[in-house]
Design a protein around this ligand. Structure first.
Ligand SMILES: [Fe+2]
Length: 304
């Protein structure tokens, strides 16, 4: 059952995160060799990395500061995209449809972008993205998918209004005023996106879901061997029940592997739960994040 009042947009999935890095060469090598993404043919100035049958799950671009340049969501259909365009226009966000050339480049039938008016983050909605002829081949670890993107929010109230009330993401669990784990409704995954209060607006982390708990343990040793800072975990998140490991990319931006996640059905699924603001919410095994966790990554305005 579709609840248009609460969820005006029907999402298919989190599509991609576009990260600005200070060295394409260094970060490409890191995300391919150490994280396990697969490099795909890319337009000039970009590195397309994939961990699915889609042409890109992470796009790297180069710039002076490291940060999050865009977040993309695939919608259920072209009809949904049109409906979303009208909805976003009515909200006053001035969306821009991609030109046909840009759609071809991005391998989508249609799409549009607009900016979050408070933070400037580019949001990219598209439909009917083509899939690659070759399957994704896992290498150093078994990545199932790009799992989620988490934002630090200078104004939690503004972020909540934009993502939940205006764009219709569904709260799975939250600490009101501080943390929200959001489903790209009606996608069943407990969260494809999340909001954390403060201190400045930017990237908290990008997550890759893995298919086996061994991937988490092996990643810990692989990161240690490569001198990659581990900044939280291994541990288990209370809300989603996932087992996690967080580490830093070459620019100090935080990335995560996680194993396991609750799924909440579109109909008759449970409602949002309110969580107590205590450390066990983040890790039931009792570890605490390193001060570098979730700190690096401004919102940058470069476009793809
Ligand atoms: Fe996460």
């Amino acid at each position: 059952m579709s609840d248009r009042a609460t969820h005006p947009i029907r999402y298919a999935r989190l599509g991609y995160a576009c990260l600005q890095v200070t060295s394409l060469e260094v970060s490409t090598a890191f995300y391919v060799d150490t994280v396990g993404l697969q490099r795909n043919a890319s337009p000039p100035g970009q590195t397309w990395l994939r961990c699915s049958d889609k042409p890109y799950d992470v796009i790297l671009i180069e710039g002076e500061t490291a940060g999050l340049a865009a977040v993309g969501f695939e919608l259920e259909s072209l009809d949904e995209l049109t409906r979303a365009f009208d909805h976003v226009t009515a909200l006053g966000f001035k969306p821009q449809y991609r030109e046909p050339d840009s759609c071809r480049t991005m391998n989508v039938a249609a799409g549009f972008t607009f900016a979050n008016p408070q933070t400037g983050l580019t949001v990219d909605f598209y439909a009917e993205q083509s899939i690659c002829s070759e399957p994704f081949e896992p290498t150093v670890t078994n990545i199932a998918r790009l799992g989620h993107v988490v934002l630090n929010c200078e104004s939690y109230a503004d972020a909540h209004r934009f993502w939940v009330e205006q764009l219709g993401f569904a709260i799975s669990d939250h600490v009101p005023g501080r943390i929200a784990f959001l489903r790209a409704w009606p996608n069943a995954l407990h969260h494809s996106f999340a909001l954390l209060e403060g201190p400045t607006s930017g990237l908290n982390h990008v997550n890759f879901m893995v298919t086996d708990i061994d991937d988490i343990g092996q990643a810990m040793n692989r990161m240690k061997k490569a001198d990659v800072p581990i900044v939280f975990g291994p541990g288990r998140h209370l809300p989603s029940t996932s087992i996690f490991l967080y580490f830093l990319d070459p620019d100090g931006m935080t990335a995560e592997y996680s194993f396991g996640m609750e799924e909440i059905a579109e109909t008759d699924g449970r409602g949002p739960r309110e969580l107590e603001p205590k450390p066990e919410v983040l890790d039931t095994w009792g570890s605490l994040p390193d001060p570098r966790f979730g700190k690096q990554g401004k919102i940058v305005s470069s476009h793809v």
